[in-house]
Write a protein that binds this ligand. Structure first.
Ligand code: SCA
Length: 289
């Protein structure tokens, strides 16, 4: 999915392999591909350290996305690229990404990683859904919802730390924790690619954190408006990382979310922030989903 076709020196084309049920392109895919496009135009000794994006139009799953890269600045330490993702002649995402030469420093600190069960002690999303499906008292619409989730072949493996909370069976604090890794093997050595995959993963289930205190409401319209991300250390996106998502604020049909991706040895790998639009309606039926 992140293997873009080079059309010209600064023009690349991306295609889609997984489209969410909302039938608009997954934001994480567009961010990940935009970062791939930017990264291809910088030298090998530069590492992505941040990106800032606006989603300005919904992505159309029926056509590919064209990525146009502008070499905004090449500096001694920092290099900036601007990327426009285009469909039907109009931008769907605008993104700035910045890269840095590795520079050691005595200034080093980070928050401690939350204490949670290890991935080996938790069930995957698929195992959880199978378990819920085997419950006798499920309504027909709950069954349909679960089967739809099961058929949803997301290229990310996930293990929720608190499944009832993850699936919004009850209201709770706006905080979601799950282990995540890319499906398949990527291997060591390509840090640029691991950052692009982490950018993809970072948009998954992030904005839904806003809804966690409101189990009496369901989303009528939900879309991310912007996304910023900072990369802090080396990591493997095909190995389990803990994704901690927190929403400190919601009002005016918008919600703010902050995400932290932790390596399982406790090192903070990446952070992100996103604002999204969320329009809701009351849950009317007795379904748990
Ligand atoms: C956010 C928007 C829609 C901009 O909002 P606007 O309201 O300005 O756009 P619009 O085209 O005028 O309206 C869009 C739809 O919202 C309705 N609408 C607008 N204002 C409204 C209001 N105040 N109350 C009720 N409905 C309203 C319109 O009628 C229209 O519905 P109708 O369509 O029925 O006519 C746009 O910038 C956009 O689509 N950006 C891309 C967002 C995106 O694709 N993000 C990444 C994927 S989201 C993602 O990946 C998150 C993953 C996750 O789900 O967690």
């Amino acid at each position: 999915m992140l293997d873009l076709k080079m059309l010209e020196v600064l023009e690349l084309r991306g295609t889609h392999h997984w489209v969410p049920s909302a039938q608009r392109l997954f934001g994480g895919q567009i961010i990940g591909q935009a970062l791939v496009a930017a990264a291809k135009s910088v030298s090998d000794n530069l590492y992505a350290h941040s990106l800032h994006c606006y989603f300005v139009r919904p992505g159309d799953p029926t056509v590919p996305v064209l990525y146009q890269v502008d070499r905004t600045r090449d500096g001694r330490s920092f290099t900036v690229r601007s990327v426009k993702a285009i469909q039907h002649g109009q931008p769907i995402l605008i993104c700035q990404a910045s890269f840095q030469v590795l520079q050691p420093s005595p200034l080093q600190h980070q928050f401690p990683m939350p204490v949670v069960p290890q991935p080996e002690d938790l069930l995957t999303v698929e195992e959880l859904i199978q378990r819920y499906l085997s419950q006798a008292d499920l309504t027909e619409s709950a069954k349909q919802g679960l089967n739809k989730l099961l058929a949803n072949e997301v290229p990310i493996e996930m293990k929720p730390v608190s499944p009832a909370h993850f699936y919004r069976f009850a209201s709770g604090e706006p905080r979601r924790l799950f282990w995540a890794r890319a499906r398949g093997y990527i291997g060591e050595g390509n840090m640029k690619l691991h950052c692009c995959v982490a950018a993809y993963v970072s948009d998954y289930a992030l904005l839904g954190t806003v809804l966690l205190p409101y189990s009496k409401y369901k989303a009528r319209f939900i879309a991310s408006l912007d996304h910023a991300m900072w990369f802090h250390s080396t990591f493997r996106s095909d190995e389990w990382m803990l994704y901690e998502c927190v929403s400190p604020w919601a009002a005016s049909s918008r919600g703010l979310v902050e995400g932290r991706l932790w390596r399982r040895d406790g090192v903070l790998a990446a952070s992100c922030s996103q604002e999204g639009v969320l329009r809701v309606k009351p849950v009317t039926e007795n379904s748990k989903l």
